[in-house]
Structure formats: structure tokens, C-alpha cells
Design a protein around this ligand. Structure first.
Ligand SMILES: Cc1cc2nc3c(=O)[nH]c(=O)nc-3n(C[C@H](O)[C@H](O)[C@H](O)COP(=O)(O)OP(=O)(O)OC[C@H]3O[C@@H](n4cnc5c(N)ncnc54)[C@H](O)[C@@H]3O)c2cc1C
Length: 404
């Protein structure tokens, strides 16, 4: 791999110099030149306004595994209480895109006992095939069974890509399977794409170094390419008319053969909806000013039947619990409406709200970065704007009640 400068195109504008943190590029005789310090990070390629810089990718030799034997994109369908989790639908949208680029089938694999109704729903999202492994014992998640059954299925069908939700359950079984298959696993991906330049490798992007940089990881030497996918990163696709092929495998599993047994499932008491599933979110940041002031964020949320969330600063100041933090090191959300109050819109916050349908930002600084991505922006003091919104909502509600 190396960097090539097209001397005919280069104008010596120095845009590449300002983005290189390593002194890896210089200008000689008004033309860019690569130095020994270059780390091949690619920042200059993106910065060049005339496309004069190019990274040359080598064909990567794969050792040991015959990659041509592997075909297709698989999604492992997690469910709870016989309900397929949202992250599965989100992965279906992204998986369809990857499968189309590779011109292969998109398959969802489900292990369960009473998923017939859910199969009907899942069938409407553009999947080519559903493999449904059915047994009464698969009603609830069991590490051992998931690992054994999925490893066998992957060995038999040889998909080239396997996507799993980065949920507590997915994080439990995915690494065990990747170990058994002797393949790589990129955990907690926030972006996925296909690199057509290097034999259709999966580009798996995830935050690293505590979220300071985004790393794109490839798994060239082994198959399948396995990733866990962060919930809330991708949109649930539109329903389409396309019936998938359903392969049902009835499994006769003897309970005695399983070492671990689920004795009891104790549900955690939960007053709030998961942020990832919320339809409306009212979020506050440092601009709210104090814990006392935080009450107006909660009041607005109550009026809208919304969930409350916060920026990392709001969490650090103790105004809201850590599990309500939105952003790169918090939750990625995809509500219909996200109202950001007194949040500046740092990149680490924005990355967590990019899948929201409508973003409304309230900020007193007209130049706040949040306005760059907001659909509606209110420039003003949130301590005046939020109470005014609450009053308006109250007025609308009483008008509605009068009409009844
Ligand atoms: C590795 C790493 C990971 C991170 N992960 C996350 C993450 O997951 N989530 C996250 O949120 N951040 C994260 N951060 C922090 C992020 O960089 C920002 O520091 C943080 O998002 C800022 O929070 P804020 O917008 O509440 O505060 P500030 O940036 O201080 O912004 C406050 C805003 O409120 C406005 N304001 C002030 N008073 C009022 C008022 N009366 N009315 C209206 N507006 C007002 C100001 O104009 C300002 O824009 C991370 C940082 C790092 C380095």
C-alpha cells in the first residue's frame, strides 16, 4: 500500500498539509510530496480538492482460507419474549445494501420456538432468505446452544459476512463463535461498507482510543468477516413487496445435553423506555445550567410523552444518569423527534443522533454546531423557549379537551 501524487493534477494549494498531523506530506517545487513520516491515514486524500492524491491498495493475499468458498451476508436475529429486536431490522437495512454491492443473498438466521408471527413481519423488509431453527428449548437465549448451532450453520453454509447486534446477548455469543471459526470479529461497529478495490472486503468502522478516532478494520485473511453492530446506528428500512425463502429446521435438542440451564429470568424493574427505542427524546446539555433547571427538560419531555436524555457534560455534572447519555460513548438513538436543549453539537454527540428523523435545536449561540444538522433551529435562551413550549403544549391540550 502506498500514496501516489498525480503531479499533473496537484496545484500546490497546501490543503493536504493542514490536515496531516504527522508531517507526512510536504510541498516541493509547488507539488505535494510524501515524506517518511507518512502513516497512510488517508486524511490528505480526502482533503485534496482536485483528487491529486490517491492511496494505492495492494491485492491482499489471503492465507489459509479459500475465500471464494464463502458467499452471502448473514444477520443473526436476536429476539426477546418472541419479539425480534429493533437492531435486527436496522442490520437488515445495512445488510441489504452490503449484499446488493456484493450481488449476493441477504439471510437472517433465527433460533427460537414461537416466531411464526415475527417471521411474517420480518419477511416484509427485503430479506432474500430466513433460516429458522426451531425447538421449544430455543424459547430463551442460551449461550451454549447459540454458539453450537450457529457455528455449525456457518461452517455448513459459509457466509462471507456475519452481522450480530452489539447487545449484551450478541456480545456474549459473537466472540465465542469467532474463536471457534478462527476468524476475526470487529466489535461495536458504527459503520459498514464494502471495499470493492480490495476483493470486496467488508470495511468495519468503530470508534477507538476512547472514541478519539474512528478506525476502519478489514479482515482479509479469514472468513466469515464478523461484526457486532451498535444498536441505533442504521435506519430500519421501508417495507417492500418481496417474499423471502424460509428454511425451517426443526431441531431435536435434548435438555440433558446442555451444560448450562436457565433456572429463572428476573426482569430488571424499568420505569423508562430504552433510549434506542424512544420515539421522542428531549435532551439537555450544559446550557441547562443546573440540576434545578433540569426540571424544565423533564417537564417538556412529560408533556410530549418523551424520554429524557443528556450530553456527556450533563451526565458528568450529575444532572442525569449515565445510561441516558447520547453520543459516541453513550447511546445511538433514532427517534422521530430529537429536541436538543443547550447542547453545542460536538461531533461525539452528533454521531449518536444522526439517525433521528427530525432534530430541533434550542441554543442561544447562532453559530452552535448543532444547527448544522438540526432540521429546525431556535436561537434563544432555553430558559425562555422551553417554558414557552410547555405553555403552548398545555394550551393545545386544554383546547383538545374542550372539543371532546
Ligand atoms: C472520547 C470522547 C467521547 C465523547 N463522547 C461523548 C458522548 O457520547 N456524548 C456527548 O454528548 N459528548 C461526548 N463527548 C464530549 C463532547 O466532546 C462535548 O464536550 C459535549 O458533547 C459537550 O456537551 P454540551 O453540548 O452539553 O456542552 P457545551 O459544549 O459546553 O455546550 C453547551 C451549549 O449550551 C448553549 N447554551 C448555554 N446556555 C444556554 C441557554 N441559556 N440557552 C440555550 N443555549 C445555551 C451554549 O451556547 C453551548 O452551545 C466526548 C468527548 C470525547 C473526547
Amino acid at each position: 500500500m502506498g500514496i501516489k501524487i498525480n503531479k499533473d493534477l496537484c496545484t500546490g494549494c497546501q490543503s493536504c498539509l493542514s490536515v496531516c498531523n504527522y508531517g507526512g506530506i510536504t510541498i516541493i517545487n509547488n507539488v505535494a510530496a510524501i515524506t517518511d513520516e507518512c502513516t497512510l491515514c488517508g486524511a490528505c486524500v480526502e482533503a485534496c480538492p482536485v483528487g491529486a492524491i490517491e492511496i494505492e491498495m495492494e491485492e491482499i493475499a489471503t492465507e489459509g482460507v479459500d475465500v471464494s468458498q464463502y458467499r452471502g451476508v448473514w444477520i443473526i436475529g436476536e429476539h426477546y419474549n418472541n419479539k425480534i429486536q429493533n437492531v435486527v431490522y436496522q442490520m437488515v437495512g445495512k445488510g441489504r445494501e452490503l449484499a446488493d454491492k456484493l450481488q449476493v443473498n441477504l439471510t437472517v438466521v433465527l433460533l427460537g420456538s414461537k416466531l411464526e408471527e415475527e417471521l411474517k413481519e420480518l419477511s416484509q423488509y427485503g430479506v432474500d432468505e430466513i433460516i429458522y431453527v426451531k425447538s421449544p428449548i430455543l424459547k430463551d437465549y442460551c449461550t451454549e446452544l447459540y454458539v453450537n448451532i450457529l457455528t455449525d450453520l456457518i461452517n455448513k453454509h459459509k457466509p462471507e459476512i456475519v452481522l450480530i447486534g452489539a447487545t449484551p446477548i450478541g456480545r456474549d455469543f459473537a466472540p465465542r463463535i469467532s474463536k471457534r471459526l478462527n476468524t476475526g470479529l470487529t466489535a461495536d461497529c458504527t459503520g459498514l461498507d464494502i471495499d470493492t478495490k480490495t476483493r470486496n472486503l467488508l470495511l468495519q468502522t468503530r470508534p477507538t482510543w476512547g472514541g478519539r478516532i474512528m478506525a476502519t478494520i478489514r479482515t482479509p485473511h479469514s472468513r466469515p468477516q464478523m461484526s457486532t453492530v451498535r444498536p441505533g446506528m442504521f435506519k430500519i428500512p421501508e417495507k417492500i413487496e418481496k417474499q423471502p425463502q424460509i428454511k425451517k429446521i426443526e431441531m431435536d435438542i435434548n435438555e440433558k445435553d446442555i451444560i448450562t440451564k436457565i433456572v429463572k429470568i428476573i426482569k430488571k424493574e424499568k420505569k423508562q423506555i430504552n433510549l434506542e427505542d424512544a420515539e421522542i427524546i428531549v435532551a439537555g446539555g450544559r446550557g441547562v445550567g443546573s440540576k434545578e433547571n433540569w426540571k424544565i427538560i423533564e417537564e417538556l419531555a412529560k408533556k410530549l410523552n418523551a424520554e429524557v436524555a443528556g450530553s456527556r457534560v450533563a451526565v458528568e455534572l450529575g444532572w442525569i444518569d449515565q445510561d441516558r447519555q447520547v453520543g459516541q460513548t453513550g447511546k445511538s438513538v433514532a427517534p422521530k423527534l430529537y429536541i436538543a436543549c443547550g447542547i453545542s453539537g460536538a461531533i461525539q454527540h452528533r454521531v449518536g443522533i444522526q439517525c433521528s428523523d427530525i432534530i430541533v435545536a434550542i441554543n442561544k449561540d447562532p453559530n452552535a454546531a448543532i444547527f448544522e444538522m438540526a432540521h429546525y433551529g431556535i436561537v434563544g435562551d432555553l430558559h425562555k423557549v422551553v417554558p414557552a413550549l410547555i405553555e403552548e403544549l398545555k394550551r393545545l391540550k386544554s383546547e383538545e379537551e374542550l372539543k371532546k
